[in-house]
Design a protein around this ligand. Structure first.
Ligand code: PGA
Length: 267
């Protein structure tokens, strides 16, 4: 996908292109879980993805498992969970977007709330990472989402608007920008945002993307993340402007991840 804003396209033509371009994307985030032995899960996931069709499926294991996962991906996209903003240099512990690409990664998650919280990542740091990843041609999932306290105060729309403003790059020539809305209170807690909450936020994110990027903003996929499981996936995918899911815990096994892929394909 190009970051160019393109010529004017309107009405049904735009809608048709948008529907086509916004295929559902289901991305698994293994976080700091997994092992070489766990890569046996990839086979049945890839098989289900091929059988389901019409949906993009990706898995982001820890860095050390990327190359071996690529070797047995069976057509799944394999990605990283983070990358550095710099290309190389004195950044102990850092992994650059170019290194991810060399390992065979097709995508990367940046700005996950766990990285923002544990490492104090600011919006501008996240933006630098997104720019670096896009420059390598990676599909780049930028995460945003409010805390429990922010939602209870009714500030969620303002918080996410600010995160989008600060975390998304202004322009990019390569790669594909994807936004993931992940309310922090729903991550790993079993609490799922209601379809109405998700609809309100995704509509606000879509409006912000269109205001900032024009037609391109209609083509950017917006994922929902936070305790997505087999039993809530279908109702989540049915919400307008939900273009897929970022899945943590339920992506660790084929048994729990495949039904989510199938729900996306059926939506
Ligand atoms: P969860 O994690 O599905 O385990 O809630 C989602 C995420 O953090 O990406």
């Amino acid at each position: 996908m190009s970051g160019g804003h393109g010529g004017p396209i309107t009405g049904s033509v735009l809608k048709a292109r948008t529907m086509h371009l916004r295929r559902k994307l289901v991305a698994g985030n293994w976080k700091m879980n997994g092992s070489l032995a766990a890569l046996t899960e990839l086979g049945p996931i890839a098989e289900a993805a091929r059988a389901a069709g019409g949906v993009d499926v990706a898995l982001c294991p820890p860095f050390t498992l990327i190359a071996p996962a690529v070797a047995r991906s069976g057509g799944l996209s394999i990605g990283g969970q983070d990358c550095h903003w710099a290309e190389s240099g004195a950044h102990t512990g850092g992994v650059s977007a170019a290194m991810l690409k060399e390992a065979g990664a097709k995508l990367v998650i940046v700005g996950h709330s766990e990285c923002r919280a544990e490492r104090g990542e600011s919006d501008s740091v996240v933006r630098g990472k997104a720019e670096a990843a896009l420059a390598q041609g990676l599909q780049t999932i930028v995460c945003v989402g409010e805390s429990d306290a922010e939602r209870r105060a009714g500030d969620q729309l303002a918080i996410v608007a600010r995160q989008l403003e600060g975390s998304l790059p202004d322009d990019w020539k390569d790669g594909e920008l994807v936004v993931a809305y992940e309310p922090i209170w729903a991550i790993g807690t079993g609490k799922v945002a209601t379809p109405a909450d998700i609809a309100a936020m995704h509509a606000a994110i879509r409006a912000a993307l269109v205001a900032r990027f024009g037609d391109l903003g209609l083509r950017i996929r917006i994922l929902y993340g936070g305790s997505v499981k087999a039993d809530n996936a279908a109702e989540t995918f049915a919400v307008a402007d939900v273009d897929g899911a970022l899945v943590g815990g339920a992506s660790l096994t084929a048994e729990s991840f495949v039904p989510i892929v199938e729900a996306a394909a059926a939506s």
